[in-house]
Design a protein around this ligand. Structure first.
Ligand SMILES: *[C@@H]1O[C@H](CO)[C@@H](O)[C@H](O)[C@H]1NC(C)=O
Ligand SMILES: *[C@@H]1O[C@H](CO)[C@@H](O)[C@H](O)[C@H]1NC(C)=O
Ligand SMILES: *[C@@H]1O[C@H](CO)[C@@H](O)[C@H](O)[C@H]1NC(C)=O
Ligand SMILES: *[C@@H]1O[C@H](CO)[C@@H](O)[C@H](O)[C@H]1NC(C)=O
Length: 169
C-alpha cells in the first residue's frame, strides 16, 4: 500500500509523463507509414516548395488508394539553407492529423503538433488573429485547401526544425 507522503511525487511523475507524451506522435500503422513515405518521396522529387502541393494531393488521393489524414504546411518562399528536396524538411511540414484553421486556432500558445519527422513537433508561437504563427512563421493563407481528410495551409516561409522541432526553443 503506497504511503500518502509519496503522493506529491506520484503527481509530479504523472504530469511529466503527460507533458512528454503530448509531443509524441500517436504511432502510425504500417500502412500509414507507407503512405507517408510515398508522399514524402513525391514531394522531394519536384525540387521546389511550389511542387509540394501537387505532389501531396496526387499521392494522397483516395482514387489512388488509401490516404493519410494529414495537414501540409506549404512554404510560400524558399530560404537559403532549408532545402525543399530534403526528406527531413518535407517530413517536418506534414502533421498526420487533419487540422483546418478552426482546429489550430483553438490551440494554446506553446502547444505542439507532432510531425512526420520523428521526435520533432511544430510549436504555436503566436495565436493573435493578425499574427497567427507556428515556429514564428506566419500562416499566410489558412485553409488553402480543405477536404474531409487533408488540409493545406500556406506559410510565409519554411519551418526550421533545427531551431523549433525538438522542444528546447
Ligand atoms: C480520417 O478521418 C476521418 C474523419 O475525419 C475518419 O473517419 C477516418 O477514419 C480517418 N482515417 C484514418 C485512416 O485515420
Ligand atoms: C538541396 O538538396 C539537394 C539534394 O540533397 C542538393 O543536390 C542541392 O544542392 C541542395 N540545394 C541547396 C540549395 O542546398
Ligand atoms: C503576435 O502577433 C501580433 C501581430 O503581429 C503582435 O502584435 C504580437 O506582439 C505578437 N505576440 C507575440 C507573443 O509575439
Ligand atoms: C535554423 O536553425 C538553426 C539552429 O537555430 C540555425 O543555425 C540556422 O541558421 C537556421 N536556418 C535558417 C535558414 O534560419
Amino acid at each position: 500500500m503506497p504511503s500518502t507522503k509519496n503522493l506529491p511525487l506520484l503527481l509530479i511523475m504523472i504530469i511529466i509523463i503527460m507533458a512528454t507524451s503530448s509531443t509524441l506522435l500517436p504511432s502510425l500503422t504500417e500502412e500509414q507509414n507507407q503512405i507517408a513515405a510515398k508522399i514524402i518521396d513525391a514531394m522531394i522529387s519536384g525540387g521546389s516548395f511550389d511542387d509540394w502541393s501537387e505532389a501531396f494531393l496526387a499521392t494522397n488521393d483516395e482514387i489512388n488508394g488509401p490516404i493519410l489524414n494529414s495537414t501540409l504546411f506549404l512554404p510560400k518562399n524558399s530560404v537559403e539553407g532549408i532545402n525543399a528536396t530534403s526528406p527531413q524538411v518535407a517530413s517536418y511540414h506534414i502533421v498526420p492529423q487533419c487540422l483546418d484553421f478552426s482546429d489550430i486556432s483553438l490551440m494554446k500558445p506553446f502547444s505542439r503538433l507532432p510531425t512526420l519527422l520523428s521526435g520533432n513537433s511544430i510549436v504555436l508561437t503566436n495565436n493573435s488573429a493578425s499574427g497567427f504563427a507556428l515556429d514564428s512563421v506566419l500562416i499566410s493563407e489558412p485553409d488553402l485547401f480543405v477536404s474531409s481528410s487533408i488540409v493545406i495551409h500556406r506559410i510565409a516561409s519554411p519551418f526550421n526544425f533545427s531551431r523549433y522541432g525538438g522542444g528546447n526553443m
